[in-house]
Design a binder for this molecule. Structure first.
Ligand SMILES: [Zn+2]
Length: 179
């Protein structure tokens, strides 16, 4: 860095200051790596694994779990910790408009905005366990399907709200499970 004068006076070396450029490249690279991997380490530390993050991504956009809302992610990690079963499985998280159409999601689905996930629930006992965990984690909107629970924290939609799917009423009210 102390060679500016020498560099300027030497007409043969009209090359850019390599050292400065390398430092800038290294700094930019570090920022990029941090921005790309920090959320990964953060959520893994909070208890989500690679498979969860993969399931949270829209299948047509690799790594799109990064577009999930951080507030939602925080609550979701709480749900997983409270459920505390190795079989905890996320069916779906973020959806691109294309993928949402493909799976028949509603037009203004909270999945589009990274504020919803569907959790697989193989039996009624499991379903109540997930619902209870979701209420404790602070979720106020839940759709209860045959073998899944949809949880979302979309602030633009009414809450609390509980609904069923396929014209069915929800089999129980999650908010009555937790006192
Ligand atoms: Zn859903």
């Amino acid at each position: 860095m102390g060679n500016w004068g020498k560099w300027n006076s030497n007409s043969a070396s009209m090359r850019p200051p390599i050292k400065t450029i390398s430092i800038i490249i290294v700094i930019v690279l570090c920022i990029w790596l941090f921005k790309r991997y920090y959320p990964y380490f953060k959520y893994v530390r909070l208890g989500l694994d690679r498979d969860d993050l993969k399931k949270l991504s829209s299948p047509d956009i690799e790594g799109s779990w990064r577009q999930m809302h951080p507030d939602f992610m925080e609550k979701l990690t709480k749900v997983k910790r409270l459920v505390n079963l190795p079989s905890f499985t996320i069916n779906s998280g973020l959806r691109s408009h294309r993928h949402n159409k493909k799976v028949g999601g509603v037009a203004n689905s909270s999945h589009l905005f990274g504020r919803a996930a569907d959790i697989h629930t193989p039996n009624p006992w499991y379903q109540r366990r997930v619902a209870r965990a979701a209420v404790k984690a602070g979720f106020t909107r839940m759709g209860i399907g045959k073998n899944f629970i949809h949880i979302d924290d979309d602030p633009t939609k009414p809450q609390p709200a509980v609904w069923g799917y396929g014209g069915k009423k929800p089999p129980f009210n999650p908010f009555n499970l937790v006192t």
